[in-house]
Design a protein around this ligand. Sequence first.
Ligand SMILES: Nc1nc2c(ncn2[C@@H]2O[C@H](COP(=O)(O)OP(=O)(O)OP(=O)(O)O)[C@@H](O)[C@H]2O)c(=O)[nH]1
Ligand SMILES: [Mg+2]
Length: 322
Amino acid sequence: MELAEKILNGDHRAIARAVSLIEDRKPEHRELMSRLYPHGGKAHIIGITGSPGAGKSSLVNGLLGEWRRQGKKVAVIAVDPTSPFSGGALLGDRIRMRDHEEDDDVFIRSMGTRGSLGGLSEACQDVVRIMDAAGFDLVIVETVGVGQSELDIMKTADTVVLVLYPSGGDVIQAFKAGIMEIADLFIINKADLPGVEQLKGELEDLLHITERTESWEPPVIQTVSTTKKGMKQVTDKAAAHHEYLVTTDMKTERRLSQKEQEVMRRLSERFFQDINPIIKQTFDQFSGGSGEAQLIEEDPYDLAEQIYMIWSQGKSRQRGEG
Ligand SMILES: Nc1nc2c(ncn2[C@@H]2O[C@H](COP(=O)(O)OP(=O)(O)OP(=O)(O)O)[C@@H](O)[C@H]2O)c(=O)[nH]1
Ligand SMILES: [Mg+2]
């Protein structure tokens, strides 16, 4: 049986192999993605973000228990943009989620930035599609931190969950990074620790001045992941948000705008790969001797224009020959 077929049958080993193909950006991955694409679009994709140590993995572990009770099949992708490891090397996450290691209807995988040229969010999106095609009802993407790469990854989710914790001091940071605007569910985890009321106050103040384009009122839920307190509320609210997206057609709308952004990202990635050697060549011409002094004099607009012309002439030559 070919790889795509095995994935469609939910074969865990085939899924793991496909993820490696994607991480390595092997040429075969494009064909595989095209084969799987028509089979996706059914899963509820949930992005979970928050600063390091907020308790995201513990939360996911607790939620997995609840979702499994509801009979849902769940895939978890733990993404760490700051880590070069992949293939399940993020030990902490594995330990935190080990309750479900032996379960056939749960698939857990870690991803890092394995030499990818800023393409982690692309790679992650492909991995999500694989899980979706493999028949998981829910695909959970956990990312560490509240920076730009997390934001890009979160934008590919249907439901975005921001995990905060008392004295974490990360509310302002999340607000500045723009996570606040796109979060659909706020979780105050470690609600067993002091400072919950203060955090709740800060969060509500910031939510007040956050511009939101949708009518969905994001709930704030308190959890204690280590004792599984509040897990049912989270799965209920997540399901309610999905229901909201579907009934208001927002799900389709979001997917369309995500598609536009994805095509744009993929094209700029390709364009960049194309034009990068020309940029390098152009700058190399100035190296050594009086070149550097000359380079300082050069107008950057002119240089950019020259590089663009060399690229576009190369393109028309290619078209002429082909
Ligand atoms: N007191 C308390 N501790 C918690 C709670 N949830 C998680 N922890 C602890 O917080 C620490 C970090 O938990 P993780 O689940 O690894 O947090 P994370 O956000 O996934 O961390 P990274 O993946 O490293 O960003 C662990 O020691 C957990 O046991 C909670 O509700 N209450
Ligand atoms: Mg974690």
